[in-house]
Write a protein that binds this ligand. Structure first.
Ligand code: G1P
Length: 289
């Protein structure tokens, strides 16, 4: 069994109800931050972290994602004819990024159920799972930060960040001991606890590195919060049999699945762009707010 994290799964079968009507017939993962669809940000993060093979878990009305990562012969032909070499490079790079396959979740029965669809794909290797709503803006890619901890401790790793106040109850929450700066050994975890019951301010962020024993744990997991099969509950079961670690990510997380989070991410990313940042900053400063 290879102990390198070469594979990654992207659950992308959700209905995107927080973004209706935009997501009525097109996937939430294709919403655009500046000029790139959401899902491309985390695919790029995975590739920059050493991932070679990707499985996207999709559902109905998601085919534009497959088209996006495929070769667009006609578009490339036109760009070539018009001498638009830079755009041609950008378009080609999307198609060449990684080996991507797709599977359908069928019923949306929760994140644990979505990740279970990767059982055959992962086979006997460790694998990463990335939730495309969570955009992590970091110097060293977030997944890379986690892979380093995975290789050191040889155990599953989840991403965590500190969340202040009542907002913590919108996340999975861990109870953990810090074993070195920003690395924790997990003692317990709970999906979306009430604020009063949260054992810490350390939230689970949508990046995971699993070992193949997670699948058997998912099989044993009954429906939890919201009647869904929660990955947090499956990890909690597995925690009885093996250690789990968490890495406090060095970076900024944006919840791009939420309207306000999406707007904030758009502004932050636009300000960082060499071709747009300066003009956009000028415009923002001119606003009388
Ligand atoms: C999922 C996980 C949760 C985690 C969150 C991070 O929840 O179940 O543990 O904290 O992602 O974004 P969701 O936001 O899909 O409800």
């Amino acid at each position: 069994m290879s102990n390198k994290v070469r594979k990654a799964v992207f659950p992308a079968a959700g209905l995107g109800t927080r973004f209706l009507p935009a997501t009525k017939s097109s996937p939430k993962e294709m919403l655009t931050l500046v000029d790139k669809p959401l899902i491309q940000y985390s695919v790029e993060e995975a590739v920059a972290s050493g991932v070679e093979s990707i499985l996207i878990i999709t559902g109905r009305d998601k085919s534009s994602m497959e088209d996006h990562f495929d070769v667009s012969f006609e578009l490339e032909q036109v760009l070539k004819e018009r001498g638009k070499d830079e755009l041609l490079r950008v378009v080609r790079a999307v198609a060449d990024m990684a080996k991507i396959s797709y599977t359908r979740q069928g019923e949306a029965l929760g994140l644990g159920h979505a990740i279970y669809q990767a059982k055959g794909f992962a086979a006997d290797e460790p694998f990463a799972a990335l939730l495309p709503d969570d955009i992590i803006d970091a110097g060293k890619p977030a997944l890379k930060q986690m892979i380093e901890v995975f290789e050191k401790y040889d155990a599953p790793v989840i991403a965590t960040m500190q969340i202040d106040g009542e907002a913590i109850s919108r996340f999975g929450v861990i109870d953990a001991d810090e074993v070195e700066p920003n690395v924790y050994r997990i003692k317990d975890m709970v999906e979306k606890p009430a604020f009063a019951d949260a054992r810490s301010d350390l939230a689970i962020i949508g990046r995971y590195i699993f070992t193949p024993d997670i699948f058997e744990a998912i099989e044993r997991t009954p429906p939890g919060a919201g009647g869904e099969i929660q990955i947090t509950d499956a990890m909690r079961l597995l925690l009885k049999d093996r250690p789990f670690y968490a890495v406090k990510l060095d970076g900024v997380r944006h919840d791009a699945g939420d309207k306000l989070g999406f707007l904030i991410a758009t502004v932050e990313f636009a300000l960082k762009r060499e071709d747009l940042g300066e003009d956009f900053r000028k415009y923002l400063k001119s606003l009388k707010i």
